[in-house]
Design a protein around this ligand. Structure first.
Ligand code: FMN
Length: 357
């Protein structure tokens, strides 16, 4: 029987257990460069079999929230090098989450105050954190031209190069939560008439071409992808072709030999977004490693592992307040409750000051 607490092989890596730390934005880096507190935060959580970092912008254009780290300059990569060294020194493994928000952005965060980019000019009815001025409504995007797509993909591969040089064990493409990649997948945001819009195959093209380019650059076994089927996050309209999309994607992703597919269930409406039937269907069609995040506790994680629906259980908020979460789960110790007031922004409080048991 698969155990949460047994070692697991992921590509060429051995993970100490099947518990991963979910990517979580903490908005503490106004200069976009991870610092010693960042390194300490991740070092404290290196008991996870795998850490996936907070979303990390691949370019200046990719930004949609203030105070988030990046991987588009060498200074940013140098900051991350201290993070990977700290995690490796504590026996952990760490992937960088590569993020482009697409239309979920504001001009004040864009180079030269330009409009954010997206698959179309359809605006998200959403708000983003812009720093000292608080939250702002997103701006209307401009549609990416077809001839810009190679440059866009190169932004991801350049970031992956920097991630590799900074010592990351791999990268996770953020294809979830209504950000750029998922905006392309969605037939009601993506109204393009070029080869990146229209059919399921065309809407999936940016995702798959980006994954191929990343795999070429750092090796497929070092590339994971996060997807959130059925999410309505960031004003993503309900997609009645989602089943069809995922039926197409599952074998396409499988034949690429990626490190993993990471399914994110945000449970925005309270209940699960990802029905167990979907997991079964996806599992059958995708024979690689599956990670799942969203409201897990030990019981639910063990059930999903035992039912062979997932390979690695991903925990988000519990890792914020419990740096030694794997040990606490293993030993049945009580879990501390994280304080949402310190999720985003601020300093050490609510970040590096949660004690071990
Ligand atoms: C403070 C916070 C920041 C988050 N930032 C990200 C992010 O940068 N990238 C991402 O893919 N998901 C992000 N998420 C979603 C988490 O990765 C995770 O899917 C979610 O918290 C559900 O898991 P949980 O119920 O175990 O917390 C964030 C969640 C929280 C609470």
């Amino acid at each position: 029987m698969k155990s949460l607490f047994a070692a697991h092989t992921l590509g060429s890596l051995t993970l100490n257990n099947r518990i991963a730390m979910a990517p979580m934005t903490r908005s503490r880096r106004p200069d976009h460069i991870p610092d010693l507190d960042t390194a300490e935060y991740y070092r404290q959580r290196a008991g996870a079999g795998l850490i996936i970092t907070e979303g990390t912008f691949v370019s200046a254009e990719a930004q949609g929230y203030a105070d988030v780290p990046g991987l588009w300059t060498d200074e940013q990569a140098a900051g991350w090098a201290a993070v990977t060294e700290a995690v490796h020194g504590a026996g952990g493994r760490v992937f960088a989450q590569l993020w482009h928000v697409g239309r979920v952005s504001h001009r004040s965060l864009q180079p030269g105050g330009a409009a954010p980019v997206g698959p179309s000019t359809r605006r998200a009815q959403a708000q983003v954190w812009i720093g000292d001025d608080g939250f702002a409504d997103t701006d209307t995007p401009r549609a990416l031209r077809t001839d810009e797509i190679p440059r866009l993909i190169a932004d991801f591969t350049d970031a992956a190069d920097r991630a590799a040089r900074a010592g990351f064990d791999g990268v996770e493409l953020h294809g979830a939560h209504g950000f750029l990649i998922e905006q392309f997948l969605n037939p009601r945001v993506n109204d393009r008439t070029d080869q990146y819009g229209g059919s399921v195959e065309n809407r999936a093209r940016l995702l798959l071409e980006t994954l191929d380019a990343l795999a070429d650059r750092v090796g497929a076994h070092r590339v994971g992808v996060r997807l959130s089927p059925f999410t309505l996050a960031n004003d993503l309209p309900a997609d009645d072709e989602a089943e069809e999309m995922y039926a197409y994607l599952a074998p396409e992703l499988a034949r690429r030999g990626l490190a993993y597919v990471h399914l994110s269930d945000l449970r925005l409406s309270g209940g699960p977004d990802i029905a167990e039937d979907f997991l079964k269907t996806f599992r059958y069609a995708y024979d690689g490693t599956i990670l799942l995040a969203g409201g897990l506790d030990r019981t639910r994680a063990e059930y999903l592992l035992t039912a062979d629906l997932i390979d690695i259980a991903v925990f988000g908020r519990p890792f914020i307040a419990n740096p030694d979460l794997p040990e606490r789960l293993r030993d049945g110790l009580p879990l501390a409750t994280p304080d949402p007031a310190t999720f985003y922004g601020g300093g050490a409080k609510g970040y590096t000051d949660y004690p071990r048991h």
